[in-house]
Design a protein around this ligand. Structure first.
Ligand code: ATP
Ligand code: MG
Length: 347
């Protein structure tokens, strides 16, 4: 039997988008269906979301259920995967508190993801301490479940590095207790950090540049048709650029050979489309229409599944309650080991 333990999660700051899908969700469903794992945990990081949404608890609360619906809609199966709500597991907070002793302020300040996210949110020096210590709480989330594999997008790489450092430091001081996690990145380069529809930053719930998995078909088409392409490709006959052209990045992430038979018989594969575009003579509108067809086909089954699950929200909460109960047992067992190792087990 496999001894792999997978863990991954999302912040309930909005509905999930196609960046989440190619960066992490698609992989989760594939792994779930291999049965090559001992445990698979997927969590909704509501406590983490509150660190930069502290004045907006209702938003976070609403999005817990939205994210749960997104999970179910992409095909995560609660019988195979333990889905839980972070804030309902106090053991995670307790672990974070002890890990804080193992990390210096300057190390946190150097964390590239923390740096980027601070500037993205305009925090500067007014950064909430809870947000600043985000890598520490993430290390607690990972280690509480003895996760060996963490499938996430590239932006999480520095987080995993910092979690590994915490594990090593802990084990060095207190004896072998925690397990070093391994990051699982998307293998397709376009999926590492999918850009937003604005073509500038990464697609992110907090930036309003997303195509949501539950996006209405008309709204999605509108977003795609107004997407950023190549500013130098003014007339159809002009040669176009692929590099930094978000429409092509999305095609790299989503397009499969069978899409040509179905939607665009003029070409056999994406390379042919790219060549024509670079040569000149292929207009943006045609390429965007193709992308729209692909994304509509990809998201339609998700929309239908979501609509089914939306009919019974109490059942979704019940699924989360059960998952949380199960996850809490695992976290409590690790916390006991941690306290024993740290010699703070008195009674
Ligand atoms: P927020 O803006 O609130 O941070 P987010 O859109 O960045 O939200 P997260 O909940 O922080 O989403 O990320 C959840 C997971 O999805 C992480 O594994 C992250 O690496 C991955 N992810 C998020 N955005 C992208 C993206 N644009 N491309 C690839 N992976 C992504
Ligand atoms: Mg994020």
């Amino acid at each position: 039997m496999s001894d792999k333990i997978y863990l991954t999660g999302d912040r309930p700051t909005g509905r999930l988008h196609i960046g989440h899908y190619v960066g992490s969700l698609r992989r989760r469903v594939e792994i779930q269906n291999t049965d090559d794992y001992k445990d698979f945990y997927v969590f909704i990081a509501d406590a983490q979301a509150l660190t930069d949404n502290m004045e907006n608890p209702e938003k976070v609360r609403q999005n817990v259920i939205e994210v749960a619906l997104d999970y179910l809609s992409v095909g995560l199966d609660p019988n195979k995967v333990t889905i839980f709500i972070q804030s309902q597991i106090p053991e995670l907070t307790e672990l974070s508190f002890y890990y804080m002793d193992l990390v210096s302020v300057s190390r946190l300040q150097r964390n590239p993801t923390v740096k980027t996210e601070i500037s993205m949110r305009g925090f500067d020096s007014s950064i909430p301490v809870g947000f600043f210590t985000y890598p520490i709480s993430q290390a607690a989330d990972i280690t509480a479940f003895k996760a060996t594999h963490v499938p996430v997008g590239e932006d999480q790489k520095p987080m995993l590095e910092q979690a590994t450092e915490i594990v090593r430091r802990f084990n060095h001081i207190y004896g072998d207790t925690l397990v070093e996690p391994q990051i699982i990145l998307p293998t397709n380069a376009a999926c590492l950090r999918l850009p937003g529809t604005d073509g500038k930053a990464k697609m992110s719930k907090s930036l309003g540049n997303c195509i949501y998995l539950s996006e209405d078909p008309k709204d999605m088409k509108k977003k795609i048709m107004s997407m950023y392409t190549d500013p130098e490709h003014l007339r159809v006959e002009d040669p176009g650029h692929i590099e930094g052209n978000t429409v092509f990045t999305y095609l790299d992430a989503f397009c499969r050979p069978e899409h040509f038979e179905e939607f665009w018989a003029d070409y056999k594969n994406l390379d042919e489309v790219k060549e024509h575009y670079q040569r000149g003579g292929l207009g943006d509108v045609k390429v965007k229409k193709f992308l729209n067809n692909i994304l509509q086909a990809e998201l339609e089954p998700m929309r239908l599944r979501r609509a089914e699950f939306e009919k019974d929200i109490p059942a979704v909460y019940e699924m989360l309650r059960k998952g949380t109960e199960h996850a809490r047992e695992a976290a409590a067992a690790t916390l006991s080991e941690v306290k024993r190792a740290m010699k703070i087990n008195y009674f």
